[in-house]
Each structure stands twice: as C-alpha cells, then as structure tokens.
Write a protein that binds this ligand. Structure first.
Ligand code: HEC
Ligand code: HEC
Length: 444
C-alpha cells in the first residue's frame, strides 16, 4: 500500500468511527477520540508524503579539513569554533575534554580536564573525593544562598580583587573552576583545614590549563548531562571573564583531538609508555591534581595525597608496623622502596598511608584504582625511579610542606632542628641498600 492509499484508508476509517460515535451516544466520547486519533494519523501520513523522499541518497562524506582544498571549500565546517558550534557539538567537545573522547562518560575515562579523577557524574554514584556533579546546575541556586557562601571563611574569598561573587548557576560553576576555595562544599575541603581550602585545582591553570573556550564546552556538557538547557556560549564566556583576570586568560583555542597522544593507540592501549619523560607521565595521569612533587614545577599544588618525596617516604613506609600488618594480612607485598611505589600506583588499596583513610568505612584508597590498566611496566618503573630521587631536601628547596594530614613530622620544623630526614638520606648504608633493592626490582 502506498502512503497516499494508507492516508485515504485512515480517513475513511476515522469518518466511520466518528459517525458511529454520533449514532451511539453512550460511547460517543470514546469513539470520537479514536476517530480523531485515526484522522490525525491520516493527516500525518498524507503530510509525510509531501516531504521530499531522502531514502537512497548516501550520507555525505565527512569533510577532511586537513586537506587545504576541502578546507577552502568548506570554511564554515572547518573554521568552526566553540562559539559557532551547535549545542550538541559543543557538548561533545566538553565530553571529550572531561572523559577523553566523545561517549567517554559511559566508561568514565579521564580526559585533559581530569575532572573524573575526583568527580562522579551519574545519578546514584557516590563520590568520596568530590561531590557528584549531577544536579549541580540546579543546586547551584541553593549554594549561593548558603550563609557559608555569603559570608565565606575560606583561604580565598574572591576570585580576584573586585571580581565579585556568583549570582546564578553558570557563574557559580565558573567560580568553582576559577576559584575553588571561594566556597568549599561542606565535608570536601582539604583534610585538616576545616573546609577552609578546596583540593580542587584551578582549572585554567596547570595542570589542567583549560582555555575559556574549553570550559565553555565543559559547562555545556554539564548542563546537558543534567537535562537542562545550557546557557549560550556568550553567557558562559562572560561568566569566566568575571572570575578570570585578563592577564590570566589562556589563549582561546579549540581543543585538539581528545588526548592527542600516540601511546593511546598502541597495541596495548596503555596511556603512559617507556618513551615518556616523568613530567609527561605525571601530566597524562593527573598525579599533580592530588600530589606535590618537588622537581616537577607544575606539581606544587595538589592537596589530596601525600607529598611525594618517595626517596624519604618509601623506605620508612615498608618498615612501618602498619605496612608489616598489611603484609601479614596478605594485602601488601612490597619488599623494596621501588616496589612500594609501584604497588602504591598500580594497586593503591594494598596499603593506605596513615591519615589518608577514605571517608567511607572499609573504603578504598582515594587514588584512582585503574592506573594498572594505563601504565606499561616500563613507564611505571621509570616513574618510580624518578620518585625515588625526590627527597625532603628538594621539598624544602621548592618551598613545599607535607600534607596537613600526614602523621609524619613537618619538614620545615625538621629543617630547623638538624634535619633528621637528611641524615637518613645521606647515610651511605641506607642509600646503598635502596639502590641495590631498586636494581633487583628493575631487573625483574
Ligand atoms: C583533585 C580533585 C578535583 C578535580 C581534578 C576536579 N575537582 Fe571539582 N571539586 C573537587 C572538590 C573536592 C570539590 C568540593 C570542594 C569545593 O567546593 O571546592 C569540587 C567542587 C566542584 C564544583 C562545585 C560542586 C558543588 O556541588 O557545588 C564544580 C562545579 C566542580 N568541582 C567542577 C569540576 C570540573 C568541571 C572539573 C574538571 C574540569 C573538576 N571539578 C576537577 C575536586 C576536584
Ligand atoms: C585523586 C587523587 C590522586 C591521584 C590522581 C593520584 N594519587 Fe597518589 N595518592 C592519593 C592519596 C589520597 C594517597 C594516600 C592514600 C594511599 O596511600 O593510597 C596516595 C598515595 C600515593 C603514594 C604513596 C605515597 C607515600 O608516601 O607513601 C604514591 C607513591 C602515589 N600516591 C603516587 C601517585 C602517582 C605517581 C600518581 C599519578 C600516576 C598518583 N599518585 C595519582 C591520591 C591520588
């Protein structure tokens, strides 16, 4: 039956049913509505007949913007930027920045923005390290009415002098990114600071370094993920310009490919490879979001995990009664400092450093649990060797202090009193033993 025949059939049927409705008053309402429904179907069928028939035409070939000829022929497609994209394209770009690729939210991958290191995004997921971001576009309205927001007692109460505070949901999100400590969600502050300091990195600065354009895409995805209408790119841009001083505004750029990394597509699909430098590995894995590392200049603000002076920490940890107990329980297995570091990265819940116990009882380490799937052995071994060179001396020189929750003593105090850390470090017997043990692991 063609569509027009179908439409005529529907029309006849609806007329008959409505006539029946007229004849049988008791069933009138029901029959008239059925008749109306059939009539509507007839109208739609007829209407779709008038539309041009597109079946059979192959889908257009995607434009190859890397080809200069095609680029010139399709200026609109190839010079697209975040301000001119459709909402769906902008949200896709945001998803790739947050999770590493379009569609990456399903598997909770980690992209350049590094948000999933700390945040969850799905209804029902529980975030130990940071609030679940689902619903943030609606709860923002309450946040900015909270007395703790209006009268902040945090380490930083304004994004920059004269910036003012957020007055709507988008501004609240932009302020959260640009000045995390301007308001600290209760219970999520850096441990030991009484919620006066946020552990969240400033998103436009290293290590995330997102441009305003990229944050426009990220926020668009956050609104879409909430099922809400995202503000226009102009409105989001204005919100960021309110909280990021001009001198700090990174160059506007459209994000390159999701990770732009060759390792990503090798046979093993590992993210960190042997050819990476320690700096590159730390960048890719987002360690600096949580840890301070003296010799890596962009890793001086992480405030969730211990200061990574593993030349000083690791040898002591494996001899501690807590570690020996974890070994006895069959959870921890390291017998050398290097093995300890590798275990901390690849199997973080094997042993949890004292003071960093998770919030939920019997919970897991706050380290991401899936580094084992992201490092080649060669890469984690290289990183462990590098972390073993990080000492208390280097931390003091870089002006870094231990995390307030660390049960170990403060470094600067130690530096004033005869530096026992240094004496351990410079003890040739201890250093020799560390070196010998490291070679054993490296040879495995
Ligand atoms: C190192 C961990 C960490 C990373 C990485 C991180 N955040 Fe956060 N974020 C937090 C914590 C902890 C809080 C709660 C404390 C606070 O209010 O600052 C928070 C708060 C927020 C809030 C306010 C939430 C609310 O319920 O009011 C938003 C919005 C937010 N983050 C967005 C992001 C986005 C987007 C990214 C990635 C571009 C990101 N965060 C990266 C830890 C992180
Ligand atoms: C989301 C935050 C987070 C990220 C990202 C993270 N860590 Fe951690 N890390 C922690 C916390 C919290 C601890 C302490 C709890 C524990 O022992 O598991 C820790 C502990 C460690 C330890 C043991 C430190 C010690 O002194 O005993 C090492 C080593 C370590 N992390 C290395 C890394 C490296 C390398 C990376 C990047 C590949 C990384 N971490 C990424 C939060 C993080």
């Amino acid at each position: 039956m063609t569509q027009s025949q179908l439409a005529i059939t529907f029309f006849i049927m609806s007329s008959f049913v409505m006539w029946l409705g007229y004849m049988i008053p008791k069933a009138r309402t029901m029959l008239v509505s059925v008749g109306f429904f059939v009539l509507a179907s007839a109208a739609f069928n007829g209407f779709s007949n008038w539309l041009p028939q597109v079946e059979g035409i192959p889908p257009p070939k995607p434009v190859d913007c890397s080809n200069p000829k095609e680029k010139a022929a399709h200026p609109e497609e190839c010079n697209k930027n975040v301000m001119t994209m459709s909402v769906a394209e902008r949200a896709d770009m945001g998803e790739a920045i947050i999770f590493g690729k379009v569609g990456g939210s399903a598997e909770r991958g980690i992209g350049k923005g590094q948000c999933p290191l700390c945040h969850t995004f799905k209804k029902g997921d529980i975030g130990d390290r940071a609030p679940n971001l689902i619903g943030v576009t609606t709860r923002a309205a309450e946040r900015i009415k909270d007395p703790r927001y209006l009268k902040p007692d945090t380490i930083q109460t304004e994004s920059f002098k004269g910036s003012g505070r957020a007055t709507n949901a988008e501004e609240y999100i932009a302020e959260s990114h640009s000045c995390p400590s301007c308001y600290v969600v209760a219970g999520f502050g850096v441990k030991g600071t009484n919620d006066r300091e946020s552990p969240m990195p400033v998103i436009h600065k290293p290590t995330t370094s997102l441009s305003i354009d990229e944050q426009i895409a990220v926020d668009t995805w956050i609104f879409v993920n909430d099922g809400a209408e995202p503000p226009s790119p102009e409105v989001i841009k204005a919100a960021y310009e309110k909280f990021i001083p001009e001198s700090d505004r990174p160059k506007l750029a459209v994000a390159a490919g999701p990770t732009g990394d060759p390792c990503d597509v090798n046979a093993e699909k590992k993210i960190a490879c042997a050819t990476d430098t320690p700096d590159q590995i730390v960048t890719k894995m987002g360690c600096a979001a949580c840890h301070k590392i003296p010799d890596i200049s962009f890793a001086h603000t992480g405030a969730i995990g211990p200061l990574l002076i593993e030349g000083a920490n690791a040898p002591g940890r494996i001899k501690s009664p807590e570690y020996l107990a974890a070994m006895k329980a069959g959870k921890a297995h390291a017998t050398s400092p290097k093995e300890y570091i590798i275990e901390s990265i690849m199997d973080p819940s094997a042993f949890i450093v004292q003071g960093f116990e998770p919030i939920s009882p019997g919970g897991k380490s706050m380290m991401p649990p899936d580094f084992a799937t992201k490092f080649t052995y060669a890469a984690v071994s290289k990183l462990a060797d590098f972390l073993l060179t990080q000492t208390a001396d280097k931390a003091i020189k870089a002006g870094l202090e231990r995390h307030p929750m660390e049960k170990a003593e403060k470094l600067l105090k130690k530096a004033e009193v005869d530096l026992p850390m240094r004496s351990v470090q410079s003890n040739p017997a201890v250093e020799g033993a560390i070196a010998a043990q490291s070679t054993v692991v490296a040879q495995r």
